[in-house]
Design a protein around this ligand. Structure first.
Ligand SMILES: [Zn+2]
Length: 364
């Protein structure tokens, strides 16, 4: 593998037939904006693996590129989903889950435990990039009035949004947690949503331990509701579209490549259209290269947790927490340098990257 030139020429794909730089697509819109914001996200349910480091590094590399090119303030927002599942349980045939922030592990929540590693990594990336960033936990974002408003509108048209966001499942994944233990029904029935009046709904949860609870939802009073990835994407589009309108910011959402294609088009964009958003009002979408292994499959955190599939890779590839301080610095620096080279050479950025080809470039 060492003999492969890491900078070998890549074929042009998709938009690289039209533009020489990633920002080439956005030049016109940026010209009329007051600031630029890159929004990325992650479920901090374990120590960060190389895919996470790559996605975050791509966000910062892109932000730095834009800052150097345009005379505008550029910031990075990292959405950390403290509501991501931290524990699952099936009780009497029903599947339940608990959020990372509510699952305790040796006296602290799983979210707090992994947050430290995420902060450690992000601090390093931000310092080297000389950029500001904000970590936004889902539990505070959920109370954003526009985000909540979008969830409320989806609940009002729950049949329609269920068909877009959960076509083969039972309900709409906008969920009320049990007020005592935070349990969530993985796929709550649509009957948990009750219309009380023109502008009022109630949402219910059946906790396997504490029984049934329900909450009345008013359009103007934000309440914490958990969301699955699909309704969250639509609500985030809605909130960011409103933000772009009100403060004239130009927003790019940057996530891993597995959220591109039909996910972005048939769930995110279609659902946003049903909420009344126009394509031109939506935040732009970019996708960091997926890391693949020699077998052509995505480098997967869940496959790593399940067994020894990656026994031939250095362990830090799947577990940032195993690295000592100096090695973390060298690792982050190397991945950020790679991401910077991809961002500056779009044919590299828009294609998957093979881990085995990248490792020789990371000297720890
Ligand atoms: Zn409960």
């Amino acid at each position: 593998m060492d003999s492969i030139d890491p900078n070998m020429k890549q074929p042009r794909v998709g938009v690289t037939h039209l533009v020489e730089s990633i920002e080439g697509l956005y030049a016109q819109a940026i010209k009329h904006s007051a600031r630029i914001e890159i929004v990325t996200s992650s479920q901090p349910n374990s120590s960060p693996h190389m895919g996470t480091v790559t996605t975050f590094s791509s966000a910062f590399a892109l932000a730095r590129n834009l800052r150097d090119k345009y005379d505008l303030p550029v910031s990075v927002v990292v959405d950390l989903l403290d509501n991501a599942p931290g524990r699952y349980e099936t009780i009497q045939g029903e599947q339940y889950q608990w959020m990372l922030k509510d699952v305790l592990d040796e006296g602290e929540s799983k979210y707090q435990r992994y947050l430290r590693l995420y902060e450690d990594m992000l601090e390093r990336i931000a310092r080297i990039s000389e950029l500001d960033y904000t970590i936004r936990p889902y539990s505070s974002y959920a109370l954003n009035s526009e985000f909540y408003r979008a969830l409320w509108l989806m609940l009002r048209e729950h049949q329609l949004f269920k068909s877009v966001t959960n076509p083969e499942g039972r309900g709409l994944h906008i969920r009320l947690p049990c007020p005592v233990c935070g349990s969530l029904e993985k796929d709550p029935p649509l009957s948990s949503i009750q219309r009380l009046g023109e502008d009022q709904f109630s949402l219910a949860v059946n906790c396997p331990i504490h029984g049934r609870s329900q909450q009345v939802l008013e359009p103007a009073v934000a309440a914490f509701l958990d969301t699955g990835t699909a309704p969250r994407e639509i609500a985030k589009n809605y909130q960011l579209a409103r933000q772009m309108q009100s403060d004239n910011s130009f927003v790019i959402m940057l996530d891993g490549m597995d959220w591109s294609g039909p996910w972005a088009a048939d769930i995110g964009a279609l659902g946003s259209d049903y909420l009344g958003l126009r394509q031109r009002d939506l935040p732009r979408k970019l996708y960091a290269p997926t890391l693949i292994t020699a077998d052509g499959a995505k480098l997967s955190k869940s496959l790593y947790v399940e067994g020894d599939r990656y026994h031939y890779l250095p362990e830090y590839v799947m577990n940032y927490g195993l690295l000592k301080n100096e090695a973390r610095e060298a690792y982050v620096q190397a991945v950020l340098a790679l991401a910077t080279s991809w961002v500056q050479d779009p044919p590299l950025f828009y294609q998957p990257q093979a881990v085995e080809r990248l490792l020789p470039l990371i000297k720890l």
